[in-house]
Design a protein around this ligand. Structure first.
Ligand code: ATP
Length: 367
C-alpha cells in the first residue's frame, strides 16, 4: 500500500512566508493526484515535504502506513522527477539510469534488468549508449523518467516535469505519462501551474491558492461545480465570465438584474436563492455556454442578450467573441464560421442551466 496522507501540514519559512497552511489530504494507493495553482501557492513546498527535502513546521505526513516525519529522504521509497531534469552529461543513457541503483549497491544483473525494462517501457532502448547532448528534449525527459522508474518506488513525485518541453511535445508527453501510470500502477503526486495538465492527467486535482487547498475533486466535478470564484476562474480556458448583478425575485421567479439586461434563473437551480434576493451577486458562465442565436434556433427569447462584438478571434476550431453590453464584458466561444465581426451587434444565448452564482462577499458558490 502506498497511500500518502497529509495531516494538518503547515510550513512556515524562516522569512515568515507561510507556504502551506493546514494541508489535509489523503492520496489513495495508485492514484494520480495533481496539485495545481498559480505560482507561489505552495505546490512545490507540499511535494518537497513528502520527499523529505523540506521539513513541515507542524503536522504529519504518512507514506503507506508509516509516519515519515523523521524518515530520511533516501529511505522514503519515493522517486522525484523535476522540471530541470539535469542528466549527467558525461554518462550515456544507460549509466544515467543505472547511477542511482549503483550508488545503492544493487547487484549488476538486477540493475541491468531494471534499466532495460524501463527503457522498453519508455521506448528508448535504442538510445542507451547515447550521451544526453545527443538527445532531443523529449528523449531527455524520458531518460529522467527512466531514472525514477528503475528505483521502483512506492510513490512518484513530479514537479512540473513537462514545462521545459515545447507545446507539441508537452501534449504528447502528457498522454505518455498517463499511459505510464496505467502501466506502472504507482501512486503519483504531480505538481503543475497548468490547469490543462491538471484536468487531463489527474484522477483527482487539488486546487491551491496562498498555501490553502481551495478544492479537491475529480476534474469534471471541479469544472462543473467550482466551490468559489477563484477555482471557477482558474480552471477553464478562456476563463469563466464573471458579471456583477443583483438577484431579484418577481412572481416567484428569480433573475439576475445586470442593469442593461437580465437573465432568468432556472427554477430550483439554487436552493438558497431566497437568502440573496435584492443582494449583489457574482454571476458566472463559461464561454462555451454562450452561443449565437443563429446557431441556437430553439432558444428561449428570455435567454437572449444583445451585445457588441469588441474583438472576434478565430482560433481555428472555434471563434472567441469578446463582447460587451453596457458596463459588462464577456466572452463567448462560438462556431468558427461565425459571421460576427468586430463592431457588429450580435444576439447571444445564455445556457441558463449552466450558470453559477457566487456570494459577493465570501466569493463562495451559492448552493
Ligand atoms: P511555483 O509554481 O512558482 O514553483 P509553488 O506553488 O510551487 O510556485 P512554492 O515554491 O511552494 O510555490 O512556494 C510557496 C511560497 O513559499 C512562495 O511564496 C515562495 O516564495 C516561498 N518559499 C519557497 N521556498 C522558500 C524558502 N526556501 N525560503 C523562503 N520562502 C520560500
Amino acid at each position: 500500500m502506498a497511500k500518502v496522507v497529509f495531516e494538518h501540514v503547515y510550513k512556515k519559512f524562516p522569512n515568515g512566508v507561510v507556504a502551506v497552511n493546514d494541508f489535509n489530504l489523503e492520496i489513495k494507493d495508485k492514484e494520480f493526484v495533481v496539485l495545481v495553482g498559480p505560482s507561489g501557492c505552495g505546490k512545490t513546498t507540499s511535494l518537497r515535504c513528502v520527499a523529505g527535502l523540506e521539513e513541515a513546521s507542524s503536522g504529519n505526513i504518512y507514506i503507506g502506513d508509516t509516519l515519515v516525519n523523521d524518515v530520511a529522504p533516501k529511505d522514503r521509497d519515493i522517486a522525484m522527477v523535476f522540471q530541470n531534469y539535469a542528466l549527467y552529461p558525461h554518462m550515456d543513457v544507460y549509466n544515467n539510469m543505472a547511477f542511482g541503483l549503483k550508488l545503492r549497491k544493487f547487484p549488476k544483473a538486477e540493475i541491468d534488468r531494471r534499466v532495460k525494462e524501463a527503457a522498453k517501457i519508455l521506448g528508448i532502448e535504442n538510445l542507451l549508449d547515447r550521451r544526453p547532448k545527443a538527445l532531443s528534449g523529449g528523449q531527455r525527459q524520458r531518460v529522467a523518467l527512466g531514472r525514477a522508474i528503475v528505483r521502483e518506488p512506492k510513490v512518484f513525485l513530479m514537479d512540473e516535469p513537462l514545462s521545459n518541453l515545447d507545446a507539441k511535445l508537452r501534449v504528447q508527453m502528457r498522454a505518455e505519462l498517463q499511459k505510464l501510470h496505467n502501466r506502472l500502477q504507482t501512486t503519483v503526486i504531480y505538481v503543475t501551474h497548468d490547469q490543462i495538465e491538471a484536468m487531463t492527467m489527474g484522477d483527482r486535482i487539488v486546487v491551491m491558492k496562498d498555501g490553502v487547498i481551495q478544492q479537491v475533486g475529480r476534474p469534471l466535478d471541479i469544472y462543473d461545480h467550482p466551490n468559489n470564484v477563484f477555482v471557477a476562474g482558474f480552471i477553464g480556458t478562456p476563463p469563466m465570465n464573471f458579471l456583477e448583478g443583483v438577484l431579484r425575485k418577481e412572481n416567484d421567479r428569480f433573475y439576475v438584474d445586470f442593469g442593461t439586461f437580465k437573465i432568468y434563473v432556472p427554477e430550483g437551480k439554487f436552493r438558497t436563492a431566497n437568502m440573496y434576493v435584492d443582494k449583489e451577486v457574482i454571476f458566472g458562465i463559461r464561454p462555451e455556454n454562450i452561443s449565437e442565436l443563429a446557431d441556437t434556433p430553439n432558444a428561449n427569447p428570455e435567454d437572449v442578450v444583445t451585445a457588441t462584438v469588441d474583438v472576434s478571434e478565430l482560433i481555428g476550431s472555434e471563434t472567441y467573441l469578446w463582447v460587451s453590453n453596457g458596463p459588462h464584458s464577456f466572452t463567448a466561444r462560438v462556431d468558427a464560421h461565425t459571421k460576427a465581426a468586430d463592431g457588429d451587434q450580435t444576439q447571444l444565448v445564455f445556457n441558463t442551466q449552466k450558470i453559477h452564482l457566487f456570494d459577493k462577499e465570501t466569493e463562495k458558490a451559492i448552493p
